[in-house]
Design a binder for this molecule. Sequence first.
Ligand code: ADP
Length: 286
Amino acid sequence: MLQISGLSKTYPNGVQALKDINLSISNGMFGLLGPNGAGKSSLMRTIATLQDADTGSIMFGDIDVFKQKQELRKVLGYLPQEFGVYPKVSAEEMLHYIARLKGIANAGERKELVKALLEQVNLYNHRSKSLGGYSGGMKQRFGIAQALIGNPKLIIVDEPTAGLDPAERLRFNNLLSEIGENIIIILSTHIVDDVSELCNDMAIISGGKVVQRGNPEHLVQGLDNRIWSKKVKKDEVAKYQAEYKMVIARLSGGLMRVYINSESDPGNGFVPEKATLEDIYFSNIS
Ligand code: ADP
């Protein structure tokens, strides 16, 4: 269990990135969803012991993360948002190197591990290629392979699918979903579909605060029969926004489709819509 309590952080430039964050996270895939600038990376870096908070504490089991950074690092696998690679080194060489750094001293053991990881992330056939020649999706899969070295109990992946094309994203998410349920995986993302596809628990963070928390399906059920939509002209959107509790307006065939939250049938040409996690997301970020 990861227990985050009263975590706050203000950067030297005065930006308050985290405002009293409280979260308990159990085994399984946890989605941390929020728009750019919400504070996701600040929180991920703090859990990963790469930066300190001003106040609060983080416990991972009985490890006090701020006081026992080395202990936490031993059980952590981290794929940062900006994952730099040495362009001229091959995936195989790099994994050997990282495995040695992580204390796997026996050459035979290391060889087997590297082979197994390359197969797991489907890069075995590209193992001798230099990392500089990898596509975005291949780099991210390599990033997961390095994060898995040392059997981590806590894996943090920060915005892993941003910049991947749809096929690469699908392949990456399939890989994540196979890692296992007996550890905590925290997936930080601004892509709502990543969370609905993968996570059994989630929080939405906005402006440095946790604004929503729970199981994605349960949260969506809370909006059942409450979402309605209507196609309108672009210059009418503001009027609808003033009149209804608007969730979002989306372009649709050159017009706009406005989505509103209403307990009863709003009439006026609105049709019922099936609620989705996007409705939860857009209802909670401002
Ligand atoms: P996210 O990962 O959700 O995009 P971040 O944690 O990167 O959010 O950023 C949260 C806020 O903190 C933003 O306003 C960002 O500009 C600011 N911020 C992030 N890192 C720093 C830093 N090292 N120094 C100053 N401000 C920062």
